[in-house]
Write a new protein. Structure first.
Length: 530
């Protein structure tokens, strides 16, 4: 248990995809002012920190993750003054603000790249990864981008290839170049000086590559059912020899300022992902843990194993974190189905560690269905893998019944996930049994119960379909029982226990008067031990 827990250990982090939260300017795209006017909602919900996906100017090759200026706000989202006003509104309510930092690549329209591509004489040429053609005019090596197709594009001038781990509009910066590293540290200082509480670092594990840029080996297990980006083993194109040095370098800037946090996107097998905490915890405070996004079946034993394995791998003293998804994954409600959504949300909010929440999950929003051919905005990933269109989970937040669910006065940039007024904040606030009120009750319970926010974790014996665990704390322990099966289950509970919350609503909250409780299919409950 942390002796003096930091804010980022106790609180729920809420991710907002800015263009989809609330449009106040009337252009169909969400903006910073829209987030500011919803600060009361965020406080009401009980979250402790907001993580904003990129807010910087971007030509949108990858919808904000291709940045053309790190030091200001995209005019579609507002101005730096709007940013300051948002930050102040959140801080007044005790809510922290975390920005997305994208240090691996810029936009191809960033002035650094424009200057770099003018040729080898340019002082910025070495800021990106330029190489001559391979044999027969082929790309310099066999690396593939995450969006399919070669990770190299040829441009003339300078008549050479540049590396891009994602879209061709996202050239990779050359992190071997100390000037690049210093420039990115200065970007961090700019925002930290302005008062942001930390960063979520995009694709942190990609910054370091094999210095010789050797070919990647072919993945012997690849088949057509797997995404194209798994065709090669990414042995040389990422998690290279200096990956941890670069993580420490970013962290050193975070540590120049009091009480800030560094969250890192590290999509690697768990053992390698947790290594980004650093041997002496001098790297990332919270390298994202994607284990729950990879669950195939959502069976109790599978989840128990995932939790045990992650807890086992964490370096001593490292603080865990969990998420069910983010802007890159299908919605949790679509992955587990409406019957099990509350159970999955209860899992996220009761495991030991900082939960990262994805906006809209508190309404039980599901994936949108739209036809790519009718879309004006396309996810670059969908161009090569239409079935992996990430926009299905980036749809406008649904505030109230009526036109465009109160998101915008004009047609939003993306269609809504659902036209049903039941999937709006307004309707769900009025309904005691809604997903929203359930989530809010759970978040507030978590805030006032040390066992849930910072307590220890211990798995408990349970019937086969049930995942049970205890969160321990000197001020009182709680038990969490999660029935992932489609049948009733009877579980034993201590007689003096008290039901704190159930996914099955108020009627399930009667104090247990026997040492056995019958759980409904897919019910989850939290019990106080005294
Ligand atoms: C990870 C981000 O989460 C994703 O949305 C983006 O496409 C890539 N990094 C590239 O920046």
């Amino acid at each position: 248990m942390p002796e003096r827990p930091a804010w980022w250990q106790r609180q729920v982090i809420y991710q907002i995809y800015p263009r989809s939260f609330l449009d106040t300017s009337g252009d169909g795209i969400g903006d910073l002012e829209g987030i500011r006017v919803k600060a009361d909602y965020l406080e009401w919900l009980g979250i402790g920190a907001v993580w904003l996906s990129p807010i910087y100017p971007s030509p949108d090759a990858d919808l904000g993750y291709d940045i053309s200026d790190y030091l200001t706000v995209d005019p579609r989202f507002g101005t730096l003054e709007d940013f300051d006003a948002l930050l102040a509104a959140l801080h007044e309510r005790g809510i922290k603000l975390i920005l997305d930092l994208v240090p691996n690549h810029t936009s191809d329209q960033h002035p650094w790249f424009v200057e770099s591509r003018s040729g080898p004489e340019s002082p910025k040429h070495g800021w990106y990864v330029w190489r001559e053609s391979g044999p027969g005019g082929s790309p310099p090596n066999n690396w593939e981008s995450y969006f399919g197709s070669p990770a190299w594009s040829y441009v003339e001038p300078p008549g050479t290839w540049y590396l891009h781990s994602f879209d061709r509009g996202q050239p990779d910066l050359n992190w071997e170049n100390p000037e690049v590293r210093r420039a990115m540290q200065d970007v961090m200082r700019f925002w930290l000086d302005r008062g942001v509480d930390g960063f979520r670092v995009d694709v942190l594990w990609l910054l370091s590559k094999d210095p010789e840029l050797r070919d990647n080996p072919v993945n012997p297990e690849w088949n057509d059912g797997l995404p194209p980006w798994l065709r090669l083993l990414r042995q040389n194109s990422e998690d290279g020899p200096r990956a941890h040095e670069y993580a420490r370098l970013l962290r050193s800037v975070i540590d120049e300022f009091p009480d800030r946090v560094m969250v890192g996107e590290v999509v690697l097998p768990p053992a390698r992902a947790v290594s980004f905490h650093g041997e002496r915890l001098e790297e990332v405070h919270l390298p994202h843990n994607f284990a729950l996004t990879e669950l195939a079946t959502w069976r109790a034993d599978e989840i128990r194993t995932v939790v045990r394995e992650y807890e086992r791998l964490l370096p001593p003293g490292a603080w865990p974190n969990w998420l069910l998804g983010d802007h890159d994954f299908p919605r949790i409600a679509s992955r587990v189905g409406p019957d099990r959504t509350r159970l999955a949300l209860m899992l996220l909010l009761t495991l030991r560690g900082t939960p990262t929440w994805y906006y809209g999950d508190e309404l039980g929003l599901a994936n949108a269905h739209f036809q790519l051919s009718t879309m004006t905005v396309i996810d670059p990933q969908a161009s090569t893998s239409p079935e992996r269109d990430r926009l299905v989970a980036r749809t406008p937040m649904q505030w109230s019944p009526g036109p465009h669910a109160g998101f915008s006065r004009v047609e939003p940039w993306l269609p809504l996930a659902s036209d049903d007024p039941a999937f709006t904040v307004e309707r769900q606030r009025e309904s005691p049994d809604s997903v929203l009120n359930f989530v809010r009750a759970l978040i507030h319970l978590r805030r006032r119960t040390d066992a849930l926010s910072i307590g220890t974790y211990r798995s408990l014996p349970a019937p086969p379909d049930v995942f049970s665990f205890e969160r321990g704390h000197p001020d009182g322990a709680v038990q969490v029982h999660l029935n992932f099966g489609d049948r009733e289950q009877e579980i034993g509970v201590p007689l003096e226990s008290r039901m704190l919350l159930s996914t099955a609503g108020a009627k399930a909250m009667d104090a247990p008067d026997t040492p056995r409780v019958v759980m409904q299919p897919w019910e989850g409950m939290i019990i106080s031990m005294g």
